[in-house]
Design a protein around this ligand. Structure first.
Ligand code: HEC
Ligand code: HEC
Ligand code: HEC
Ligand code: HEC
Ligand code: HEC
Ligand code: HEC
Length: 346
């Protein structure tokens, strides 16, 4: 990695694709700015681009100390606070509730685990049960995978085998995308679930005077490739860290170029293979980071804090619409919401 331990310019270093391997090795003449002195972000140029050829990364370095979500929410309690408890990022891992406990108790072999399980991960496709481990910043995960809304007649535990706590699975395979501030060397996290740091990165408190100092502020209009790196750091579920060989990025800090260390197959064939929801994500990523089209990003269609995608209906029609719609926007493909992911195990 280019030794750009500080923050990086997001506005420099775009090159044409020169060959598949070379761009990665060359990197960028490490022009580093502090985030606070970033110039206004430049627009993404069109063409066929080398996704690795801009910015910096923090692969292998220490996780930055960050202000906790509670501190952010102390000031941002009016606009952000009310929606945050329900936000699915915040609640991807949540305290176990009576419904999940009752489910565990329906199975003789699982009932004893109901006494110690503390958290649930998942929603419609699969639930996993977790508890704090003896070690700092780690969780034990129950071996059983449950489909909570399965038919009543069939026990969701039918094929579960003998349940047991796995001490390493969460740390090695899940932590980077389901917890905050993950140290890839020790495989520890600094907070369960996803906090402000996951998207806004290191926040300078001076942003209260000038919001251009905080990523994703309205005033910044961050380049599409920066947004793709942030959202893609979890929503690309087919990548691998080159340096850490983990299925999640090695110490990605928002503002970094994800693609320098996170190897992702960005071919059309790889996009076509995915189920619809993951396909529209990777297609959007490819349009931006390979084809250099900057006009459409996740944020054109999704509002994270309003948990809404209603604004997507106003976007001009393009190929991305046909991941979910069938030839016309008032018809949906029958399988549009179907999802599977080898990374998440469902
Ligand atoms: C590269 C990032 C990444 C990794 C690694 C990862 N996940 Fe996920 N996971 C996601 C994202 C993003 C979603 C939301 C997908 C969506 O809603 O389209 C998700 C969703 C889920 C869900 C919810 C499914 C549902 O809708 O009910 C479960 C359960 C889950 N992951 C379990 C795991 C487990 C267990 C591991 C480790 C073995 C893991 N994930 C590893 C990114 C990741
Ligand atoms: C999953 C990514 C993500 C996480 C996590 C996240 N944000 Fe945001 N935030 C965004 C995006 C994207 C925007 C830009 C507006 C939008 O799309 O909703 C934003 C906008 C904002 C704004 C400006 C909103 C406005 O309408 O003026 C504030 C303030 C904010 N975030 C604070 C927070 C705080 C505080 C937390 C933690 C409690 C947090 N964010 C967590 C992605 C995130
Ligand atoms: C001391 C109070 C304070 C703290 C702590 C604080 N903020 Fe802010 N923040 C503000 C003020 C004041 C503004 C400017 C006015 C506004 O937009 O709400 C602002 C603006 C923002 C914006 C840009 C809003 C826009 O215009 O788009 C974002 C994003 C944001 N803060 C995120 C965060 C995050 C994330 C944290 C925690 C890491 C945080 N803030 C901590 C007070 C604070
Ligand atoms: C640190 C990992 C991470 C990052 C970064 C992240 N997400 Fe997510 N996101 C998740 C996970 C995990 C879920 C699924 C949570 C669940 O249902 O358990 C999710 C759920 C979602 C959902 C479905 C739930 C909803 O609120 O509608 C949308 C849409 C989404 N993310 C968009 C985004 C966008 C846009 C960005 C970039 C601004 C982003 N995410 C950044 C991990 C992440
Ligand atoms: C053209 C508009 C559009 C773009 C661009 C787009 N999305 Fe979506 N996305 C949608 C719509 C519409 C849905 C389905 C409606 C819903 O579930 O709210 C959806 C669904 C999702 C879901 C699953 C939501 C769920 O309920 O499980 C996730 C996660 C997601 N998008 C993430 C992203 C990310 C990350 C990006 C950027 C890389 C992105 N999307 C780009 C329109 C878009
Ligand atoms: C990830 C899946 C997904 C993608 C991609 C997507 N849509 Fe949708 N779209 C949906 C879903 C689900 C609904 C129904 C719920 C809603 O209205 O949000 C919908 C509804 C709509 C509606 C309202 C239709 C009606 O009958 O009321 C319009 C218009 C629309 N989409 C346009 C688009 C356009 C234009 C694009 C491409 C730029 C697009 N969609 C991309 C999932 C998607």
């Amino acid at each position: 990695m280019v030794g750009c331990a500080q923050k990086c310019s997001t506005a420099s270093g775009v090159r044409r694709r020169a060959g598949l391997q070379s761009g990665f090795a060359l990197g960028v003449a490490a022009v580093c700015f502090a985030l606070g002195t970033l110039p206004s972000p430049a627009a993404d140029p069109p063409g066929v681009l080398d996704p690795t050829a801009w910015g910096c990364d923090h692969a292998g370095t220490a996780v930055p100390e960050s202000i906790t979500g509670d501190e952010c929410l102390f000031c941002h309690r009016v606009k952000i606070g009310p929606g945050w408890p329900q936000n699915r990022h915040q609640s991807t891992i949540r305290n176990i509730d009576p419904e999940a406990l009752a489910l565990l108790k329906t199975s003789k072999s699982h009932a004893p685990f109901a006494e110690v399980a503390e958290y649930v991960l998942g929603r419609t496709n699969q639930w996993r049960f977790l508890k704090r481990s003896g070690a700092y910043g780690r969780l034990d995960m129950l071996s059983t995978r449950v489909h909570p809304t399965g038919q009543k007649a069939v026990s969701p535990f039918a094929d579960a085998g003998a349940p047991h706590w796995e001490p390493d699975t969460f740390a090695n395979q899940c932590a980077g995308c389901h917890s905050t501030g993950v140290d890839s060397r020790n495989k520890t996290f600094s907070a369960i679930s996803l906090g402000c740091f996951s998207c806004h990165g290191e926040v300078d408190l001076d942003h209260t005077k000038d919001t251009i100092k905080v990523l994703l502020a309205q005033k910044r209009n961050d380049p599409a490739r920066v947004v793709m790196s942030i959202c893609g750091s979890c929503h690309i579920r087919t990548g691998r860290s080159r340096s850490a060989a983990l299925p999640f990025p090695n110490n990605f800090v928002p503002g970094d170029n994800l693609f320098r260390d996170f190897a992702v197959d960005l071919s059309d064939a790889a996009v076509a293979k995915l189920s619809p929801v993951d396909r529209h994500v990777l297609q959007n990523v490819c349009d931006v980071v390979v084809r250099g089209k900057g006009e459409l990003t996740c944020l054109s269609c999704h509002s994270v804090h309003r948990s809404s995608s209603s604004r997507h209906r106003r976007q001009p029609r393009s190929a991305i619409c046909w991941s979910c719609h069938d030839g016309d926007v008032d018809k949906l493909l029958p399988n549009w919401s179907q999802a599977n992911s080898a990374t998440c195990g469902y």
